[in-house]
Design a protein around this ligand. Structure first.
Ligand SMILES: Cc1cc2nc3c(=O)[nH]c(=O)nc-3n(C[C@H](O)[C@H](O)[C@H](O)COP(=O)(O)O)c2cc1C
Length: 145
């Protein structure tokens, strides 16, 4: 069984809910998925040993949150090339964070991007639960390849 790490960065909790739904979707496909708050990632070795990585941050003031920026610098120290990647984030109107995270995973880490970033205004409205679980399913399927 392949293992995914879902890391979220949140202020008000919405991005955490999305993280948990994505992890459910990955598990529906028979893979392992752990969910951690970015505050638990203290050193690059905390990120080691997974087949897939899904990173998420809410958007504040047009950017990803500082905790996610710091974690991406830690991730840069690892060799994540060709690992499966996805990104996500809660947003209000512009939602830059998830796209910026995926840009880094693609351009710097050279990971295998499953699909575009998942941006949700709410995990519970407008089909958000289904969309987040489906995003996880797509990652889980890719992990089988
Ligand atoms: C002070 C403040 C600034 C925000 N700036 C943005 C922004 O620039 N773009 C955007 O799309 N949403 C913005 N939002 C909305 C948040 O992204 C939204 O509330 C999101 O659900 C928060 O996610 P979280 O619960 O994971 O922290 C802002 C919210 C606050 C309170």
């Amino acid at each position: 069984m392949a293992k995914a790490l879902v890391v979220y960065c949140t202020r008000a909790g919405e991005t955490k809910k999305i993280a948990e739904l994505i992890a459910e979707g990955i598990r529906f496909e028979g893979q392992e998925a752990g969910v951690v708050n970015v505050t638990q990632i203290k050193k690059e070795t905390d990120l080691e040993g997974f087949d897939a990585y899904v990173f998420g941050s809410a958007t504040y003031h047009g950017e990803m949150m500082q905790g996610m920026k710091t974690m991406l610098f830690l991730a840069e120290m690892l060799d994540l090339q060709d690992k499966v990647a996805g990104s996500f984030g809660a947003f209000g109107w512009s939602g830059e964070a998830a796209g910026r995270i995926l840009d880094t995973m693609n351009n710097i880490f050279k990971m295998t991007i499953v699909s575009g970033p998942l941006r949700l205004k709410s995990s519970s409205l407008g089909g958000g639960i289904q969309m987040a679980q489906d995003y996880g399913r797509d990652i889980g399927k890719k992990m089988q390849n």
